[in-house]
Design a protein around this ligand. Structure first.
Ligand code: FMN
Length: 385
């Protein structure tokens, strides 16, 4: 059981988002700039709505870092919500009169289940926390995890594989610079154009679009996770982390669902002799880097299906909670397609699971201690008789 964990707090139009990270090693170099880059990447992507033009996310480090290095104590981060200026009455901590409740339920959102579960006559308290604004806090945490993993040569990237049924071609190697430069986070120029057109069409008709993103972790050592218990299986932990992202409805590791339709002789990645000792070669990676709940030294490849977001400019027919009568769903300023942003959030969630598993295996309260343990493990693979 790892001790690395994080908690977030904050409403979409509240004053700020906060994150507390506990269990990160001491001695890790960390700056606000390390976090800023990922926050910016989450805000981008063709198809985002007006909110992202208002916010320019930056995490302020409140604690846990001294003179540029983590000190082992909880790291607290604060991300201000600029839009709060416009919502001070609606989101006031003190009682305020004459606030119009949100009562027209949006199909596909947390509205209906939330008001019933929490006994409310207003959807606002539900939608404020169900909003994916919270994922900015996750991305801030993910940037800290990514910084830790980078010390050991692990890197995590994401790209858009499909939007509204428009698929990117599968190249041999993915050009990550092209992905980062693409407004849709897709290196295939033809697919990029088709996806952007699809978003434009959806926007024109007041609709929304979903798609698929892929997250890839490289430099992952053998042996993260375990086969011995359901909750220690790395693929299970990754699937849970990905499914926790708003609007994600499916997760696949490696060839995933394709494996279900092919023969065993075609499905598995052959094991070939490697350089020496306990090092082996694999000619393919249909397993997506995980066998028996453990990383096998290959890149970890995860895909997630994102549904079209529920708030539509041309609202779906629904019901008004106040009257119980039919009414069009509530309209809140909204994105049209969030697949590129969801990929960046997927990176953060994979960074969380991998840094937890890494610390579980190699331990250490400070970076040097973890490094020594990791080096000793790598040495043992080279010299094993
Ligand atoms: C980055 C991102 C941005 C999102 N923006 C919106 C939005 O503007 N409007 C909306 O209705 N849903 C948006 N969603 C999706 C909702 O947050 C999500 O559908 C809702 O919380 C219900 O949860 P579920 O889809 O996981 O069941 C967004 C999701 C992500 C990942």
């Amino acid at each position: 059981m790892t001790t690395l964990r994080f908690l977030t707090a904050g409403e979409s139009h509240g004053k700020a988002l906060t994150v507390i990270i506990e269990g990160m090693v001491a001695g890790l170099p960390l700056s606000e700039d390390d976090i800023a880059r990922d926050l910016q990447r989450r805000q981008g992507g063709y198809g985002r709505g007006g909110r992202m033009k208002i916010e320019q996310d930056r995490a302020e480090i409140l604690s846990g870092v001294r003179h540029g290095f983590t000190i082992g104590s909880p790291i607290a981060l604060l991300i201000a919500n600029r839009d709060w200026q416009n919502w001070q009455q609606e989101m006031s901590v003190l009682p305020v009169d004459n606030i119009e409740p949100v009562t027209k339920l949006r199909p596909g959102h947390a509205d209906l289940a939330g008001v019933i579960k929490y006994g409310l006559n207003d959807v606002r308290p539900i939608l404020e926390r169900a909003s994916a604004r919270e994922t900015a806090a996750r991305v801030a945490f993910g940037a800290v995890s990514r910084r830790f993993l980078a010390e050991f040569g692990l890197a995590i990237h994401s790209h858009t594989v499909a939007i509204g049924g428009r698929q990117a071609k599968r190249g041999e190697a993915i050009d990550w610079d092209k992905v980062e430069a693409s407004p849709i986070r897709c290196a295939d120029a033809e697919a990029e154009r088709a996806m952007m057109e699809a978003i434009d069409q959806a926007k024109e008709s007041g609709d929304s679009l979903g798609g698929i993103f892929e997250v890839i972790a490289t430099g992952v050592p053998v042996g993260l996770g375990s086969h011995v218990h359901w909750d220690r299986r790395l693929n299970g932990c990754i699937a849970q982390a990905m499914m926790s992202i708003n609007a994600v409805k499916g997760v696949e590791i490696g060839a995933g669902f394709t494996l279900a339709g092919i023969r065993g002789s075609q499905a598995h990645d052959l094991i070939e002799p490697g350089k020496s000792g306990r090092q082996f070669r694999r000619g393919s990676n249909r397993a997506g880097g995980i066998e028996g709940g453990m990383s096998n030294g290959q890149p970890i490849v995860v895909r997630a299906a994102v549904k079209p977001i529920p708030t539509l400019a041309k609202p779906l027919p629904s019901v008004d909670l106040r009257t119980g009568q039919e009414a069009p769903a509530h309209i809140e300023r909204s994105d049209i397609c969030v697949v590129p942003a969801a990929g960046v959030i997927g990176e953060a969630m994979l960074a969380l699971v991998l840094s937890q598993a890494f610390l579980e295996k190699f331990g250490g309260d400070n970076l040097e201690e973890t490094r020594r343990n990791y080096k000793a493990f790598l040495e043992s693979l080279r010299h094993h008789e």
